[in-house]
Write a new protein. Structure first.
Length: 191
């Protein structure tokens, strides 16, 4: 109820206004909004083919961005935001890098109730690492170039070689230094 200026008469608020300002009303309205968003999310989840196509485009953009100069985490974050709205250029050397990516990495798409995720599996991340989320019909990339395996080769020459080779330290006795005395540092090496 609103109190007017002369305190003797009160204006009665509507039932809807009182309900919206009550604690129970705020909880019910918030719950209804969340349920409405979840229903919209169910109907706008990107399909597996849409998710795969968008992630292929985002991966191609990431490979092009990191071809010559590698970006740091802040650059990757801003690039991921940009990749939502852009598409990759087609270059001649892009095919080789993309073939290398597909040879050493696997893109897997998982559909959930309210969203879809894309994971990249390789020898660095055998269980996979999430590289994209699809929700409300939008694919949001979370790609980092360091998550990709882009070259292969032996880490060590032979499998039996140890990573740290023991260096042979001679046990020869070097003897005492006869020229070292307490005041040697003051400039006279013979003292």
């Amino acid at each position: 109820m609103d109190q007017s200026t002369n305190r003797s008469s009160y204006k009665k608020q509507s039932m809807g206004s009182e309900f919206a300002h009550s604690c129970l009303g705020k909880v019910i309205i918030s719950t209804a909004v969340i349920i409405a968003l979840l229903i919209i999310a169910i109907f706008t989840v990107p399909s597996e083919t849409e998710m795969r196509a968008e992630m292929e485009d985002n991966i191609r953009e990431c490979l092009q961005d990191n071809e010559e100069i590698r970006g740091d985490k802040i650059d990757e974050t801003f690039s991921n935001i940009r990749r939502i709205f852009t598409t990759a250029d087609t270059l001649a050397n892009d095919k080789e890098r993309l073939e290398t990516f597909h040879k050493l990495n696997t893109l897997e798409v998982y559909r959930h109730t309210f969203f879809t995720t894309a994971h990249v599996r390789n020898n660095i991340y055998p269980s996979g690492i999430r590289e994209g989320i699809g929700i409300f019909g939008i694919v949001i990339p979370t790609i980092n170039y360091d998550d990709f395996l882009m070259s292969e080769g032996p880490v060590r020459g032979k499998n039996v070689d140890r990573l740290i080779q023991d260096q042979a330290v001679p046990d020869d006795y070097m003897g005492d230094n006869p020229h070292l005395k307490p005041y040697h540092y003051k400039g006279n090496p013979d003292d």
